[in-house]
Write a protein that binds this ligand. Structure first.
Ligand SMILES: [Zn+2]
Length: 189
């Protein structure tokens, strides 16, 4: 009955659309939507969403719940907290989420889905939903947020310390206490 090659679902779909097959999901979370959470991180500097977050993965129904596995990529810009150079963090990570139908009359579904015992650990991967509509955009947005370091430096973006990178000029508003350390790093490399 079900056609073999179905169009991938977007990031928003209904439980009924999902049916009983594993479905591909594919979509993007727009920069403006990402910026609702990433802007304002890192004090005054803030993160900037330079691209949409691209999401590719699969979804399948597990009882009343929905299991999501996805690969997420996004380019997030920031200014290094040490030398203020503008950098881009190219995020590339996998996530798994169990979307749990909220307010089910039964106790927690006792099927073959394995959940971590600790509440905190389970919270990382389980997301409540109303049992009808799945919207992955806010979920992915949180995933992106969790990937961002609190104090991003050149090293986070490039794997190299600020002083080891070409074109990093000490800027006038850099804390002068960093200067000797940057010089030392240059000598050592
Ligand atoms: Zn730097």
């Amino acid at each position: 009955m079900v056609p073999r090659s179905m169009k991938p679902l977007g990031l928003k779909f209904t439980f009924d659309e999902l049916g009983d097959e594993t479905r591909e999901i594919r979509g993007e979370v727009a920069p403006a939507v990402l910026e609702e959470v990433v802007k304002g991180m890192v004090g005054e500097l803030g993160y900037r969403a330079e691209t949409p977050a691209r999401v590719e993965g699969t979804a399948y129904a597990a009882g009343h719940d929905v299991m999501i596995q996805a690969h997420v990529t996004a380019a997030i810009g920031f200014d290094c907290v040490r030398c203020l150079t503008a950098r881009t963090l190219n995020l590339d990570f996998d996530v798994r989420h169990l979307l749990v139908k909220r307010g089910a009359t039964d106790a927690f579904p006792d099927d073959d889905v394995v959940l971590e015992a600790g509440d905190d650990a389970a919270d990382d991967e389980t997301v409540p939903f109303d049992g009808e509509t799945v919207d992955l955009a806010p979920v992915v947005r949180e995933d992106v947020l969790l990937e961002l370091p609190m104090n991003p430096t050149c090293e986070n973006a490039t794997g190299k310390a600020c002083g080891d990178l070409p074109g990093v000029d000490p800027q006038p508003d850099v804390d002068p206490r960093w200067a000797p350390l940057l010089d030392l790093k240059k000598k050592l490399s």
